[in-house]
Design a protein around this ligand. Structure first.
Ligand code: MN
Length: 252
């Protein structure tokens, strides 16, 4: 990133105040910067959103998530959300300077003519950027520390949490997401959202700070697992980046 755009990116980051999640957003961004991706959920100088690179190779999550799925999911699906978001914002110039988190947390204030498109494509861009970052090649350590304490406080054990999360993910009808979120008191809950909605949206039934999330659209698993969502979820547990989830949980 050029110095000028970096400076402008940083300035925009420091003025972000969305639901008190500023530090948490910066964790996600820094994590992305660490992995040499640039422009995460930020904009370029031209005020257009950009598709971030994956923080690992396309085949890094094999054999649990296959390379072809990752290529199509990132290069085509995620790119389409970014492109369509930029396109719709051309029709709402007063919203063009906003950061993605600002857009999603103020959907009700966005003109009706573009609101649904911002919700779907902006949500798609945020969700996928988040999703890439909470996965890692297999062999990551299971939760420890404060995150494990919070999981045990709510579900008794890590295994019981995993069962509850899997059941919630299986219960999503059609396309959507299942999330682990923290409230202002750092209490954890499992919530599901339809389509590309997420818990940072002002219109979400239950809002909170996402610390883990799984994409339940068939495009996330159909090539390898066909219609077998349960097998996809089982494989996905093997690639959860628990150190990153813990960082997100512990950020304010
Ligand atoms: Mn997806």
């Amino acid at each position: 990133m050029k110095t000028k755009s970096r400076r402008s990116f940083l300035r925009k980051s420091t003025v972000l105040l969305v639901g008190g999640f500023t530090a948490w957003q910066s964790v996600l961004r820094n994590a992305a910067a660490d992995s040499r991706t640039t422009g995460q959920i930020a904009r370029t100088n031209s005020d257009a959103f950009v598709l971030p690179s994956l923080p690992y190779a396309y085949n890094a999550l094999e054999p649990f998530i296959d390379e072809q799925t990752m290529r199509i999911h990132h290069d085509r699906h995620h790119r389409t959300y970014v492109d369509q978001l930029n396109k719709v914002l051309d029709k709402a110039p007063e919203w063009k300077g906003k950061n993605l988190e600002q857009l999603l947390s103020q959907l009700s204030a966005i003109p009706e003519t573009v609101r649904t498109a911002v919700r779907n494509h902006g949500g798609g861009h945020w969700n996928h950027t988040f999703f890439w970052n909470i996965m890692m090649p297999s062999g990551g350590p299971l939760p420890t520390g404060k995150l494990l304490d919070a999981l045990q406080a709510r579900w008794t054990s890590y295994a019981a949490f995993q069962t509850a999360f899997t059941e919630a993910a299986m219960s999503v009808f059609g396309s959507g997401w299942c999330w682990l979120i923290a409230d202002k008191n750092q209490k954890l809950s499992i919530v599901t959202t339809p389509n590309q909605d997420n818990p940072i949206m002002d219109i979400a039934a239950i809002k909170g700070k996402p610390v883990l999330g799984i994409d339940l659209w068939e495009h996330a698993y159909y090539l390898k697992h066909q219609n077998r969502r349960a097998e996809y979820i089982k494989d996905w547990w093997q690639v959860v980046n628990w150190p990153k989830v813990a960082l997100l949980y512990e950020s304010e």
